[in-house]
Design a protein around this ligand. Sequence first.
Ligand code: NAG
Ligand code: NAG
Ligand code: NAG
Ligand code: NAG
Ligand code: NAG
Length: 780
Amino acid sequence: MYMYLCVYNFISLMGFSSWVHVLLLVLVFQQKWLVLGISETKVYIVYMGHNTHTDPQILQDTHHGVLLQVLGSKEAATKSIVYSYKHAFSGFAAVLTPTQASLIADFPDVARVIPNKIYKPHTTRSWDFLNVNPHFVNGILSKGQSGVGTVIGILDSGVWPESRSFSDVGMRRAPSRWKGVCEEGEQFNKSNCNRKIIGARWYVKGYEAEFGDLDASGGSEFLSPRDAYGHGTHTSSIASGAVVKDTSFFGLAHGLARGGAPSSHLAVYKVCWATGGCSSADILAAFDDSVHDGVDVLSVSLGTSPPFSTYVDDPLSIGAFHAVARGITVVSSCGNSGPYPQTVTNTAPWIITVAASTIDRAFPTSITLGNNQTFFGQAFFAKKDFDKYYPFVYGEDIVADDADEDDARSCESDSLNKNLAKGKIILCFQSRARSLAASTAKNVHAAGGVGIIFAQYPTKDVTLTFVIPCVQVDFSVGTSLVTYTESTSNPVVKIGMTRTVIGKQTSPEVAFFSARGPSSLSPTVLKPDVAAPGVNILASWSKNQVPPLDFKMESGTSMACPHVSGIVALLKSVYPTWSPAAIKSALVTTGSIEDDNGQPAVAEGAPHKQTDPFDYGGGHVDPNKAINPGLIYNITTKDYIRFLCAMGYNDSAISFLSNQPHVPCPRKTNILQNLNLPSISIPELVKTTTVSRTVTNVGPTSSLYVARVEAPSGTSVVVEPSILFFNATKTRLRFKVTIRPLVRVQGRFSFGYLLWEDGTHVVRTPLVVRVVIEKSYSEV
Ligand SMILES: *[C@@H]1O[C@H](CO)[C@@H](O)[C@H](O)[C@H]1NC(C)=O
Ligand SMILES: *[C@@H]1O[C@H](CO)[C@@H](O)[C@H](O)[C@H]1NC(C)=O
Ligand SMILES: *[C@@H]1O[C@H](CO)[C@@H](O)[C@H](O)[C@H]1NC(C)=O
Ligand SMILES: *[C@@H]1O[C@H](CO)[C@@H](O)[C@H](O)[C@H]1NC(C)=O
Ligand SMILES: *[C@@H]1O[C@H](CO)[C@@H](O)[C@H](O)[C@H]1NC(C)=O
């Protein structure tokens, strides 16, 4: 018997926690912004009308023409233009002063001018955990033929093409419809593409136009599709990686690594740069090309933090809209700013927004004290020669002369007395500012410590540290360790080797860091949509990093997103004509809301609690059920446009987004809750409200479904009709859901489900309701 172990986990571009990385990025950008403030030019994205059926060359001339009028000369126009967008929509990106930008905004053909914005990039037992494996009889992997013939596009930091995950042994040729290219560049030539990596492009013009030439010296970055960081290699291998035997991370999580759709092709769009972030002008160019190239799925593990741009201003939402309108499913990460409410990002209703969850693999590491008491924490630590007792001290007890006790408790930098820290294992408590294990380990290393035990909020997200061993424990174990250090004059501790344990840990749980709903832009759209594995994922990495690794553990919603992208590729293999909405519906209504013990799933966070739809939408993805959903909720592009109208966006903004000249634009707000989503969310239920939905039968032609309701507390729910009968001529049926408030309170959100059941399928639709007395909070 052999084991499949896959690898999962995102957080960083730099080899430390993504949180650390994010901080670094912000610093870099703030400096650059200061510089920019002096020169005053900036990249703007200019959206033109709806003339995308025109010859691309003519479109490009039009774009130059607009710039020529404002900048006065052909040379200046050529110098200013960064991209001409020609496929998904018409428009361009150019370097302009604010005055020039506002002049252009007044042109009759110009729909919108949007300033460029910077995005940040937000792995294999996971596939077995999801039962996506060849041994699952009649499962999604065999039905979907491992994704054969599908193309997954990845917008990320590029790819390390030599990784074994991108071997094309046994792969078929690219589908005949494929129009993508393999762009060459630094340390990347056509021979780096193969039957696995069938397309590779890179986009730096938007980034450089704003921040100046990218410094790629010393191998810190490659001006090519080659991944200097690892993030893009990681996400690509999670979604589409070939089967690689005998992988591990320093001997941990040993086994077989593979992507979700190992026979799918990969199209790499490098939009993120090691020096910091991803420019929206570049992201839009990648969306534009990917639509032209012919991808089936786009996996976009990028995002910003609150406040979020509106759907008509956010390039990710705009690019995704155009892709979805062409039948391409767009999957995005929901962000890593959990567990706080309203942090979920990428919430446009046409996107599949993915939360991160844990799997059943744990990395227990023993901590043995001098009195023989043993505790367990988690770590990635496999050094044999460390297995002996070291002196053990609590940070607070070795404060540096001019430092603060509170800082020493959490081992902030320069807070520890180096003479007293030297050669010891140090106990540190996470600070109120939520310091992270990785940065704290660096501080302890700098102070001369040889190891760290880091007490923090309970989470299964294990931090990777290369400098010294770091064991993460929860606050209760941390407190017991403090008691020990105080009870003896000569405290010592021994850290055991980390073991890999499968199947002993209750899972899935929604990860602590996973961002939570409701959506701060559109609370009638339930977000996130689903959860997928995103904690401690082993997948391919860039060899450019120090130390060079073939495979690396990462955690983040960035890792959860490509899990869903891989599943979508499998679904597309089986149902090539299904719309992105149908695919999303299949994933949401079949999601699992129980853990592997059949108990209601829980979410990490403050406080540790039972999950609700704001943690993970329809639930944890269940690929083998998603392939047979019974009924789906379909949505057309027109429906999305009506939704945008009801959101109150103006005609020019919607006309641009929809690529249509004049859209009939009803402004009635009840349209918001009637968008045919696979969920019903009413953020302000003042009085009895009726919403409607239409379901399409994709199961046996003749089917009879009966409604069952688990009403959100404080409400009564009636479904009409409560029986749906489908036959050869009646394949779509409409029903109404009437929700009545039973309490008179300025309430909080409560949750329930509407279930359509035919004896085989359970089509679960989340119900999210907040009863309020007054729509305004001013009375409260
Ligand atoms: C392409 O790169 C590979 C190594 O990465 C090298 O062996 C090969 O000679 C290069 N081919 C061309 C045409 O430059
Ligand atoms: C701890 O256990 C070891 C062997 O298991 C034993 O030799 C030692 O005396 C014990 N120490 C204490 C303090 O109990
Ligand atoms: C959903 O609607 C689209 C058109 O908007 C249609 O092409 C598709 O067949 C419908 N049904 C499914 C299951 O996707
Ligand atoms: C339309 O809305 C956009 C974005 O909200 C705004 O920038 C633009 O000025 C508006 N246009 C008009 C004509 O009101
Ligand atoms: C389907 O059911 C409808 C009534 O619900 C009926 O009018 C129609 O004839 C049926 N079609 C078939 C093919 O049985």
